[in-house]
Design a protein around this ligand. Structure first.
Ligand code: ADP
Ligand code: MG
Length: 370
């Protein structure tokens, strides 16, 4: 059954830069509708967009729950990491058990909250660590129930930087100008000799994740000094082995691809020059290819006969399965609340709106073992 890509938007609090510039709030959310007001045209009707999920994480976080009506209206209530995981991460976890591939990717300008939703900071764990925690909890649960099945979890982590693929769990691969992307006749595009590290526990996978983060390419831009200018793909490969009624050993494998994209802002608005600008251009090559792929897929699902340009960039090759085929896919579009980011936020909303129209067909990946 064809299924649409699910799209969520999430609006973060003002950051210190926005506060210092006395920024105005231009985003509002009501149910599944998100509106954006044009600060240059305050009398115009705000533009409306509908998404599967709209997360208001702008304010309300510290509002105490009292009986005297002090609590804000429920649509304004702060959506925390747990809520986002329950809506989006839970499904990815269920897919993993059923043998479906999933892909969850975060889109938005630098500083809009992509990493916050995907990975989180400190106590505020994001979707990826909560997912990893739960999968091991559920495995332990099955084991304590005396299951005969065997479970294997492995983790890989890569980044695409200037169209080159780097293995974040094998930093030596950096020197050789990146890893090659190859195409398997059945499984599609994959990264040659990417390390897939078997992990036995949450603590182990967390350690790998931290290792990967340390190995990331981080270049400062004026917009956000600590933000990565690369796309990061974290993959959790889950295999369940069991013997079927005919006595044959079967293996069900699913891959969850969790993607923290580089900032979607156009190079000129970041104040980048020289090397940084060149870098921005290559990052935008991958991202604009992703935009073209999303547009083509949206046209295709409307019945148009178009060629989808997956081969145009490293990112679109690696996301081909997620977007064009065997995967259940979710996009989280991260939004700045501030008037000063109006153009970028509007373009993020339009991007997300197009992604909604894509349909994928996921199948259970089950085969006899060798
Ligand atoms: P990005 O990865 O898109 O560059 P980050 O996720 O690093 O942006 O977010 C930028 C800043 O905003 C961080 O300090 C982060 O803690 C804060 N932030 C982002 N989203 C939220 C949110 N939903 N709630 C609270 N703070 C957030
Ligand atoms: Mg980030």
């Amino acid at each position: 059954m064809a299924e649409s890509v699910k799209v969520a938007v999430r609006c973060r609090p003002f950051n210190s830069r926005e506060k210092a510039r006395n920024a105005k709030l231009i985003i509002d959310m009501n149910g599944n509708t998100t509106t954006i007001s044009d600060p240059e045209a305050p009398n115009e009707e705000p533009r409306k967009f509908n998404f599967d999920y709209s997360y208001w994480s702008h304010d309300g976080y510290t509002v105490p729950a009292t009986d005297d009506g002090y609590l804000e209206a429920s649509n304004k209530k702060y959506c925390d990491q747990k809520r986002v995981f329950e809506d989006l991460g839970r499904g990815v976890l269920a897919n993993a058990w059923q043998g479906y591939n999933s892909c969850l990717f975060a889109y938005g300008q630098t500083g809009s909250g992509k990493s916050y939703s995907m990975v989180g900071y400190g106590e505020n764990k994001g979707i990826v660590p909560i997912f990893c925690d739960k999968i091991f909890q559920e495995i332990d649960q099955k084991k304590s129930e005396g299951t005969k099945a065997e479970y294997e979890v492995s983790y890989s982590m890569l980044e695409i930087y200037n169209e080159q693929v780097r293995d974040l769990l094998n930093p030596a691969s950096k020197k050789k100008g990146g890893l090659k992307i190859r195409e398997h006749p059945k499984k599609g595009f994959y990264v040659e000799s990417l390390r897939q590290t078997p992990v036995q526990s949450y603590v182990e996978i967390q350690a790998r994740m931290d290792e990967g983060v340390r190995n990331r390419t981080v270049a400062a831009t004026q917009m956000n000094a600590t933000s990565s200018r690369a796309h990061t793909i974290m993959s959790i490969i889950f295999t369940q082995k069991s013997v079927n009624d005919a006595g044959q050993e079967m293996a069900k494998t699913s891959v969850a691809n969790l993607v923290d994209l580089a900032g979607s802002e156009r190079a000129e608005s970041t104040g980048a020059t020289g090397d940084r600008l060149k870098e921005g251009a290559a990052i935008n090559q991958s991202l604009s290819s992703l935009g073209n792929v999303i547009s083509a897929l949206a046209d295709k699902s409307k019945g148009k006969n178009v060629k989808v340009p997956f081969r145009d960039s490293a990112l679109t090759k690696l996301l081909k399965n997620a977007l064009g085929g065997n995967s259940k896919t979710i996009m989280v579009a991260a939004l700045s609340p501030a008037d000063i980011n109006y153009d970028e936020t509007l373009s993020t909303l339009r991007y997300a709106d197009r992604a909604k129209q894509i349909k994928t067909i996921a199948v259970v990946n089950e085969d006899p073992t060798e």
